[in-house]
Design a protein around this ligand. Structure first.
Ligand code: SF4
Length: 258
C-alpha cells in the first residue's frame, strides 16, 4: 500500500513561445480528485509566464502590477470547473469570520448583479451545454466591467485568497502604466502575452472527463456552481493520468498558437 503522501515525479519539457520550459512535477500516487491537479497545472503556467516575463524584461518591458492596485479585480474572472471546486474548498476551510465576510460580500455582489439583470445570465453561462467562444463572452464581460464591481475576495483592494486565486488572475500582467488599468476601454493597456491559458486547459480536461463542453464559470457564481456539481468532483482518478491529460491539453493550446 502507498504512503498517503507518496508522490511520483515527472520531468516535462514544454515548447513555449519564450523557449523550452523544463519542469519537474510531483503528483500523488494515490487516487485524487480532478481539483487536486489544479496547483500542479498552475505551477506549469506560472513557470511558462516567468519565461515570457524575462523575455519582455530584456526589451525593457517590466510588469507594473503592484499590491493594492486591484483594477483588474473589477473584471469578470473566468474560472475552470476544477478551479471552482478548489476555490470552494479553500473558502470552506477559512476561519469562520473570514469566510462569513466573503460570503456576505458575495451575497451583496449577487444581489447587485440580479438588480442589473446580469446574475441570471452568469448562471446560464455557467450551465451552458453549448461551447462558447471568447467572442460569445465579450458582451457580458463588457457589461460587467462597466459596473466596476469589486471581487468579493478583495480586502482593502488586496486579494485575501492570493495563494488560491484563479489562473486568470495570475495570468494578467500589465506592462503599461498601472493607472491606465483604471480605464481599460480607453487606454492601450499592454500585457505580457500568456503562453497558454491554464484555465482553458483545465476546462478542456474537465470536458474530457465528464463528456461535456469546456466551460468557464464566471467567478461570482463559481462557488454556487461547485456546490451544485459537488458529486462530479467526488470521482477519483490516477494522479499521473490526470497530469498526462492536462499536459496534452496544454500542448494542444501551444500547437494552436504556433
Ligand atoms: S480572486 Fe483575488 S486576484 Fe482574482 S479578482 Fe478576486 S481579488 Fe482579484
Amino acid at each position: 500500500m502507498n504512503a498517503p503522501n507518496a508522490r511520483d515525479t515527472f520531468r516535462l519539457a514544454l515548447p513555449t513561445p519564450a523557449g523550452e520550459l523544463r519542469a519537474e512535477i510531483a503528483v500523488p500516487t494515490r487516487l485524487i480528485q480532478v481539483s487536486d491537479i489544479v496547483p500542479v497545472m498552475r505551477s506549469l503556467s506560472e513557470q511558462a509566464l516567468v519565461l515570457e516575463e524575462k523575455k519582455h524584461e530584456r526589451v525593457g518591458e517590466t510588469p507594473s502590477c503592484h499590491k493594492g492596485c486591484a483594477a483588474c479585480c473589477r473584471m469578470l474572472v473566468p474560472v475552470s470547473p476544477p478551479e471552482a471546486f478548489a476555490l470552494k474548498k479553500t473558502v470552506d476551510q477559512l476561519p469562520a469570520a473570514q469566510r462569513d465576510r466573503i460570503l456576505q460580500r458575495l451575497a451583496t455582489l449577487q444581489h447587485t448583479l440580479n438588480e442589473a439583470g446580469l446574475l441570471g445570465r452568469l448562471v446560464q453561462l455557467s450551465e451552458t451545454r453549448t461551447q462558447l467562444s471568447d467572442e460569445d463572452m465579450e458582451p457580458v464581460n463588457r457589461e460587467y466591467y462597466a459596473r466596476r464591481l469589486p471581487c468579493p475576495f478583495l480586502d482593502d483592494d488586496v486579494c485575501s485568497l492570493y495563494e488560491a486565486r484563479p489562473a486568470a488572475c495570475r495570468e494578467l500582467l500589465v506592462t503599461s502604466p498601472a493607472e491606465w488599468c483604471q480605464e481599460m476601454d480607453n487606454n492601450p493597456v499592454r500585457t505580457v502575452p500568456v503562453p497558454f491559458r491554464v484555465g482553458t486547459a483545465l476546462s478542456l480536461l474537465w470536458a474530457t472527463i465528464t463528456g461535456g463542453v469546456a466551460r468557464l464559470i464566471p467567478l461570482p457564481v463559481a462557488l454556487d456552481w461547485a456546490e451544485r456539481h459537488a458529486g462530479e468532483n467526488s470521482v477519483r482518478h490516477n494522479g499521473a493520468t490526470l497530469l498526462q491529460m492536462g499536459v496534452e491539453k496544454i500542448l494542444g493550446l501551444l500547437r494552436h498558437k504556433a
